[in-house]
Design a protein around this ligand. Structure first.
Ligand SMILES: [Zn+2]
Length: 99
């Protein structure tokens, strides 16, 4: 990873951590607010923050898999390339002829 990409990745991680922290702090702080009932703006903001946390949490779970997929495919292709040069015999395929 180049230096510039590393800086962007660190800034992205810091931004995500900041957003998650502020959202969680808002939910904790306003959990026992004096609710005005229906159409309460604080309840609406709490719901938005909960949805944001769920979305970012799901993205945090799925994005690494998305980024790791090309590496897994490259490793798989490399192993297939390695096996292409091995002789293909009944012994290498572990096939026994009992007749
Ligand atoms: Zn409320």
């Amino acid at each position: 990873m180049t230096g510039r990409k590393r800086i962007y990745a660190l800034l992205l991680c810091a931004g995500l951590v900041l957003v998650l922290s502020v959202s969680a702090a808002f939910i904790i702080q306003e959990a026992d607010h004096d609710c005005t009932g229906e159409d309460c703006p604080i309840c609406r903001n709490i719901a938005i923050n909960i949805r944001l946390l769920r979305t970012i949490g799901l993205a945090a779970l799925l994005l690494p898999a998305l980024f790791l997929q090309p590496a897994v495919h490259a490793e798989h292709d490399r192993q297939d390339h390695h096996h292409a040069f091995l002789p293909r015999t009944l012994v290498s395929w572990k096939i026994r002829l009992n007749d």
